[in-house]
Write a protein that binds this ligand. Structure first.
Ligand code: R5P
Length: 301
């Protein structure tokens, strides 16, 4: 690995960035984020130039304000000499609106992909919410690598949960639940969900009668408001099932509200794609393994 490799991160991703820098033997790049009184940002690096290859680790969980900071940071790195910018965005936002649902709307998944493609040369992300878009490369103008956290989730479940029954809270979760269950050698089922609004969902009744003696494990890619996971957990309790273990790859927890879910679940855990107190599954090895060949593909300075 080249010693001229540098790694730069958003302040809120310092934990993941530090372990990734160690795993890749990369030099952390320090910068000052100055905010002018009117709210504009200026980034000033501790050095006048940066290495040609830079890994930029971001948390895009509140994408609207953070995207502008990312765009400005990326442009600054380019001006300081970065030629190969590898963007690590473990949580990729704006995957929800992947078609026009109601006449008069746009397809923001596509627009965001076009904008983000201008900020880097390669995108590395984990379990993006692919639904009607089957592959990120359909909408991203730069190479986009989607990594799967399933092996890490399966490993955690095997280690921590006796006799697990994996349950996806909705049809869209099937791809993740099935992959994790197959790796963990555990049975699985998927519930159905009707969404009545951003904060109102209805989840079907799980089949618990056949699974007495198991530990229910709810698995989803994203906990956003938390209502989907909470409704599924409450349905299980109504069936006299034990309190479930709840696992999400991306703990968005918009509005912060993990308290009710934490009180209903036996355990609430997540990957560190977004910094959150529930982080228990470290993505560093997965990200480092995929970054190494990408970094080595560039000539070193
Ligand atoms: C959608 O299908 C996703 O997989 C999640 O189920 C969804 O984002 C969860 O949203 P919320 O936490 O707001 O119910």
């Amino acid at each position: 690995m080249s010693t001229s490799l540098a790694l730069c991160s958003f302040p809120d991703q310092l934990g993941l960035a530090t372990s990734l820098a160690e795993a890749l033997n990369a030099t952390p790049l320090k910068y000052l984020h100055h905010r002018f009184p009117d709210g504009e940002s200026l980034f000033r690096f501790a050095r006048a130039s940066v290495p040609e290859t830079v890994v930029l680790v971001t948390d895009l969980s509140a994408p609207d304000p953070k995207f502008l900071q990312l765009a400005l940071l990326s442009a600054t790195l380019r001006d300081l000499g970065c030629r190969h910018l590898l963007l690590v965005a473990p949580y990729l936002p704006y995957m929800r609106q992947d078609k026009v649902f109601t006449a008069g709307e746009g397809i923001t998944a596509r627009y965001f992909a076009q904008l983000l493609s201008r900020c880097a040369d390669t995108l590395i992300t984990v379990d993006p919410h692919l639904h009607r878009i089957h592959d990120l490369n359909e909408v991203y103008a730069i190479p986009a690598v989607s990594l799967a956290a399933a092996p890490l989730l399966a490993h955690w479940i095997q280690r921590e949960v006796p006799r697990p029954l994996l349950i996806g809270p909705d049809e869209e979760s099937e791809q993740w639940v099935k992959a994790v269950a197959q790796r963990a050698g555990a049975p699985w089922q998927v519930l159905t969900k009707r969404r009545h609004g951003d904060y109102r969902v209805e989840v079907s009744t799980p089949d618990w009668q056949h699974w007495q003696g198991h530990t229910p494990v709810l698995v989803d890619d994203i906990i956003s408001s938390g209502h989907t996971m909470l409704e599924a957990a409450l349905q299980l309790r109504e069936q006299q099932a034990p309190a479930p273990v709840c696992i999400a790859v991306h703990p968005v927890f918009s509005g912060g509200g993990s308290d009710r879910l934490a009180a209903t679940a036996a355990r609430l855990v997540s990957c560190n794609s977004i910094p959150h107190p529930t982080n228990a599954i470290d993505l560093t090895p997965l990200l480092a393994e995929s970054l190494r060949p990408l970094i080595n593909a560039f000539p070193t300075t």
